[in-house]
Write a protein that binds this ligand. Sequence first.
Ligand code: SF4
Ligand code: SF4
Ligand code: SF4
Length: 386
Amino acid sequence: MAADLICAVVGDNTLLINRRTNRIASMEGDNWYAEIQKLLRKQSIPPEWLKNALVRVGGLDKRNNSIRLHFKTQSRTRLVRATYDITQECNFHCRHCYLGRKEKDVLSLADKLRVIDVIDEAGCVFLQFTGGEVTTDKHFPAIYKYAYEKGFVTSVLSNGRRLGEPLFQKLFMKYPPERITVSLYGGSEESYRQMTMSKGSFTRVINSLKQSARNLIRVDVSLLVASFNIHELSVMKRLLKDNNLSYRLYDRLSPRLNGDPAPVALNVKRPKDRARTPDTEHAIGNIGQDGRFPCQAGSTFIHINHRGHACVCKVARQPSFSVLKEGARALAKILRISNKVLHLDASCLTCAAKMRCKVCPPSMQLYRKAGMATLLCSNPIACAGL
Ligand code: SF4
Ligand code: SF4
Ligand code: SF4
């Protein structure tokens, strides 16, 4: 049985993370990891300060002072987070899908477990499973359990259609994820049919959300708003409120990874319509003196695609290196090239608005491939040349 309590080094801190309650105690300094390991080896009853920290995260059985603590693999890299597309296959055929034409699964279960081993050895603590749709992958339950037992703090992205099935409910009750984020594409069967090209999905998704709530599985919702479902926005919000589900609203679809601009046409039209960078929440601080965009992609987090290739992030898919062929070297290569991938190009470097701008180089490249650079950039003069 996998321990719920994890001890891990994240950045310069040592964390105690309770995966069942999502509670975290943070200790300044990475030396506490070795210190706690030493203490627990030497004495079965932890000292008072450690007891207090464990009580704070709900990781100590006070009746007999017993602790089940898993020490997450440490490494010399700064990597703490990985996202992994375990498959590109999906049971929806969304008009807005950023993947476009999806490839059939090419990796065996053993290959996928090897990917998990490599990101574990690289020191990642947080692992997000994504796709495609993870629940369509026959390997998913085994891979998820394997990752949990390795001590990862897991999270999952899903379209929710199969989430309510007993197989997945039991899996997530036994091995609780930090969170499952379900995309909600409409407030009726009709809008779901229009968006996902699949029948009966709205009811299935809503039932999955309700079933997960009943089983205390932590779920939140990405509420996608586009031209075909904007009239149902209040219905969707009410439905989520009635079921005590938190959500984030997304109203900007991006071009597909291959540069196909089609999804952008589904965006809600507004006066002075502008696109936003697809994923700006990772951008922190200002552009560095060296012209690097302030995002930790490729430094503290990486992405692995369905072929087991590591890349900087979900948008910056190239260059990529095979984890199966190169093991840890593939990740080390990403760490080395990330500065180059996130370096502003010539037009941005000379732009007066660059310190305020949140458009990252990978997003700009994607919009440029789609012939839509001016939609993303807030500086029309600079963008004339993009
Ligand atoms: S559910 Fe996600 S992966 Fe599947 S088709 Fe829709 S957008 Fe693509
Ligand atoms: S580089 Fe851009 S797209 Fe990639 S994670 Fe950072 S902000 Fe997001
Ligand atoms: S406003 Fe446009 S040109 Fe200026 S930094 Fe941003 S994306 Fe680059």
